[in-house]
Design a protein around this ligand. Structure first.
Ligand SMILES: *Cc1c(COP(=O)(O)O)cnc(C)c1O
Length: 469
């Protein structure tokens, strides 16, 4: 074998300019912009240089080809990292990593319309400035029976805002059973601390009595805080005073009773198996002064935090300097308003995607899964590589709501004759329309509960491609 000197090999390295002038890098240059594309080309050449120095031998044309290939791959990875639509075949309805609630057609249309000039703070009747987001607030008032409502960026912002406005410099009483963490970055004690309020824990993890609260109230107390534990449950020997009892205590001692409901339900959802979710209107009817809940959990709208309750308190928040920093944009008002409209019209279970997905019965899902499997078998008739089975399983509510409730579903389980389930799950993620699936018992499983009928074709295409590739 002829030995070649490293100097010759280094001379074979393509220049950055050679990569950028090549037709194969044009798409990358266009999507990433010249500056970023130049950085990538520089990285690619640096990588090849260090491989060459450590002894890897390549001919000149081979070098350029490898450089262009790497440039193309890097471009693809970079473009994939943006926010892209995916098919959620996990069966987790409120999937926080996948953007929580998918919006209804009317909500999407409303948001698209609001993206142009719109009457965000303008009154068409008088032709002058009008109140911001009034319609969405009015709908919340109508649906919850609250005296007034205010919308901010998310429920974490809402909780922080309420505590900052009403508890800073004073004490907040909370049961030890409700000092919870809801997803890594929302921990009740931390939110309280950053709001400037001082925590006063009462009772025990599983049992807290009215007298525990009553004894803790003092001159410094500003707020009695209840937090819905959302993503976990204490079962067995437990006790908490009724909201109405706490409301009476708060009233006589002149402090605010605030409940962070988290997900919450705008209507009673026991018909679809959600017996445990607090209904916002019920909390308010029991005398809670102020509640906060999320717009994109069970409500099924865009990301938002909703604050509802006594008018005097809401108006204080509206005038608070923090409100300017936490308020939402016109698209959120439009999307939330359209979602709330479905509740007002009584069509929420049908029209709000989160609720209609949870309304799908196990029989309906079994039928749909079996039809889908038949269609898939037909489309893959010529290859024998994929085993398609139907197995019973469970979907999940997700979004830190109702952890104990696992709605029954039928899963489509796929086994590839040559690929591991991990490889297949990965291939599905790399489809033109990426599919997010789960692996259960070493099989890739798909749950149609969270797949819209209009997405089935995309799902079949993705599966076909993974089988072919
Ligand atoms: C989910 C949740 C939050 C945080 O809500 P975001 O809208 O995600 O900010 C706060 N409190 C409770 C009780 C929750 O369940």
């Amino acid at each position: 074998m002829p030995t070649r000197s490293k100097t010759i090999d280094l001379a074979n390295l393509p220049s950055i300019d050679e990569i950028l002038r090549n037709e194969r890098s044009r798409a990358g240059r266009e999507t990433l912009g010249e500056a970023r594309a130049t950085d990538l080309a520089r990285d690619v050449v640096a990588g090849l240089r260090s491989e060459t120095v450590s002894g890897k031998i390549r001919a000149k044309n081979e070098m350029l080809d490898e450089a262009l290939l790497r440039f193309e791959q890097r471009t693809l990875v970079e473009t994939l990292s943006g926010t892209r639509p995916v098919i959620n075949a996990t069966g987790v309805v409120i999937h926080t990593n996948l953007g929580r609630a998918p919006l209804s057609e009317t909500a999407k249309r409303a948001m698209a319309e609001a993206s142009r000039y719109c009457t965000l703070e303008y009154d068409l009747e008088t032709g002058v400035r009008g109140p911001r987001g009034r319609r969405a607030e009015d709908l919340i008032v109508q649906l919850t029976g609250a005296e007034a409502a205010l919308i901010v960026n998310n429920c974490a912002a809402a909780a922080f805002f309420v505590l900052s406005a009403f508890a800073a410099g004073g004490e907040v009483i909370i049961s030890r059973g409700e000092m919870v963490e809801i997803g890594g970055d929302f921990r009740v004690p931390d939110v309280l601390l950053s709001s400037g309020g001082k925590l006063r824990e009462v009772g025990t993890t599983n049992r807290t009595r009215l007298t525990d609260f009553a004894r803790a109230v003092n001159k410094k107390t500003r707020v009695i805080l209840r937090v819905h534990p959302s993503n976990y449950r204490i079962v067995g020997f437990t006790a908490m005073p009724k909201l109405s009892e706490l409301a009476a205590l708060a009233k006589t001692r002149k402090v605010i009773l605030y409940e962070d409901i988290g997900s919450g339900a705008l209507i009673d959802l026991s018909a679809i198996g959600l017996t445990d979710e607090p209904v916002v209107a019920r909390s308010l009817a029991q005398g809670v002064d102020i509640v906060t809940f999320s717009g994109d959990k069970l409500l099924g709208g865009p990301q938002a935090g909703i604050i509802a309750g006594r008018k005097a308190l809401i108006e204080k928040l509206r005038k608070h300097p923090l409100y300017r920093a936490l308020r939402v944009d016109k698209m959120t008002y439009a999307g939330l308003g359209a979602t709330l409209q479905a509740y007002v019209q009584g069509s929420a279970l049908k029209d709000v995607p989160v609720l209609s997905m949870l309304s799908r019965s196990s029989d309906q899902l079994a039928k749909r899964a079996s039809e889908f499997a038949k269609l898939l078998k037909l489309r893959l008739a010529r290859t024998r590589k994929l085993k398609i089975e139907l197995v019973s399983g469970a979907s999940a509510i997700g979004g830190g709501a109702a952890p104990a409730i696992q709605p029954k579903t039928t899963l489509i389980a796929l086994t590839h004759s040559r690929k591991t389930s991990q490889a297949m799950e990965r291939d599905l993620r790399f489809a033109d329309m990426p599919v997010i699936s789960r692996i259960v018992n070493d099989r890739v499983v798909l749950d149609l509960r969270t797949v819209a009928a209009s997405e089935e074709e995309g799902l079949i295409n993705a599966i076909e491609n993974t089988v072919r590739s």
